[in-house]
Design a protein around this ligand. Structure first.
Ligand SMILES: Nc1ncnc2c1ncn2[C@@H]1O[C@H](COP(=O)(O)OP(=O)(O)O)[C@@H](O)[C@H]1O
Ligand SMILES: [Mg+2]
Length: 337
């Protein structure tokens, strides 16, 4: 833990809120957003904090970015405490929280970066070259968007600019809250590739939050799964998948006769599955997804096929899938995305 670039120990944070009870009565309520969160991130690593909405991801990154004080616990970046040495921390991190916030709508992307570069103490040739390099790096130059007004930017362009700003001072540590949320696929892909490159080739340390398991799987070297303010698992994606080894997901596409309801079908399959059963209509037919034990997968598959047959379903396609991060996530958090 000692060489960790980002070290988080037992962070706790509660918010006081008021719940409306009728017209005049308000009830005070405490929300425990973080209930003792600990993790460490090594140099050159892309580390993902993965969790559903409300899990505590934003609270964690705000504390690490020195924007919010924890109630207790400690966090440090490059050995600097985020509370005591906040100024030192700020000098060494690049942050992108809410993508749309904090830019000037009536300035171009380039002008925005020049403005922030000046705030960060860059100037002259160095500033202009650095801004140009960042505009190229995040692909705004290729999109012909560097000199467009920010107010004309698509969400993908705004996200790119936000990352460009985070990278402007060449920080050792990048902290990004849901950087690809709502982006078009090309922008999301470009940003992921960029983050992997700056971590693996330039040795920067990257913390990203996401509620997207696919993203965590392709982007992150290690992942901490957070739920209700608690880290419930932390490992490489492969390691996490090992938590549900012994289980596979059976996917069947079948036609459903009109007299059989989806609930009837689900009930019939649930008898033989070890985990969750999902039934949903698709273009090809009804899709049945069931987590089954990998040891008895042949037997169980036969049993499911027999059940489908007796309900009058005809099977179009059948596939056995190895566990994904999604399976781990659902197993540990008890909910999907
Ligand atoms: N400013 C706030 N006031 C009151 N409650 C908050 C505030 N910010 C977050 N929360 C609550 O804290 C919990 C964690 O929120 P957050 O850290 O934003 O989660 P995430 O980013 O994973 O969605 C949620 O229950 C949320 O409603
Ligand atoms: Mg959030």
């Amino acid at each position: 833990m000692r060489e960790d670039v980002v070290a988080v120990e037992n962070l706790r944070k509660s918010y006081e809120t008021y719940l409306r009870r009728g017209l005049l009565r308000r009830e005070r309520r405490t929300v425990e957003a973080l209930r003792g969160v600990s993790f460490g991130i090594r140099r050159g690593e892309v580390f993902g904090l993965l969790g559903p909405n409300g899990a505590g991801k934003t609270t964690t990154v705000k504390i690490l970015s020195t924007l919010l004080l924890p109630d207790s616990g400690r966090a440090s970046i490059l050995g600097y405490d985020v509370v005591r040495d906040a100024i030192e921390v700020r000098r060494r991190i690049g942050v992108s929280l809410t993508v749309e916030k904090g830019f000037f709508w009536k300035l171009t992307g380039r002008e925005n970066l020049i403005y922030f570069g000046m705030l960060y103490g860059l100037d002259g040739r160095e500033l202009r070259d650095r801004v140009q390099a960042m505009l190229e790096m995040v692909g705004l130059e290729d999109l012909g968007a560097s000199d467009k007004l920010y107010e004309e930017y698509s969400l993908g362009m705004k996200a790119r600019l936000s990352i460009a700003r985070a990278l402007l001072t060449d920080p050792e540590v990048l902290i990004l809250d849901e950087p690809t949320l709502g982006l078009d696929p090309p922008s999301a892909r470009l940003l992921r590739e960029l983050l992997i490159r700056v971590a693996h080739q330039e040795g920067k340390t990257v913390l990203v939050t996401t509620h997207n398991m696919f993203e965590a799987e392709i982007l992150c070297d290690r992942v901490a799964i957070i739920n209700h303010g608690t880290i419930v698992a932390m490992d490489t994606v492969e390691g996490l998948k090992g938590l549900v080894s012994g289980e596979v997901t059976l996917e069947v596409i079948a036609t459903l006769p009109a007299r059989v309801s989806v609930d009837q079908l689900r009930a019939a399959i649930s008898d033989v599955a070890v985990g969750r059963v999902d039934v949903e209509p698709t273009e090809e037919g009804i899709m049945i997804r069931a987590v089954i034990s990998s040891r008895d997968k042949e037997e169980i598959t036969q049993e499911i096929l027999r059940k489908l047959h007796s309900l009058g379903c005809s099977v179009r396609r059948i596939e056995v899938k190895e566990p994904t991060l999604e399976d781990v996530f659902i197993e540990l958090t008890g909910r999907g995305r």
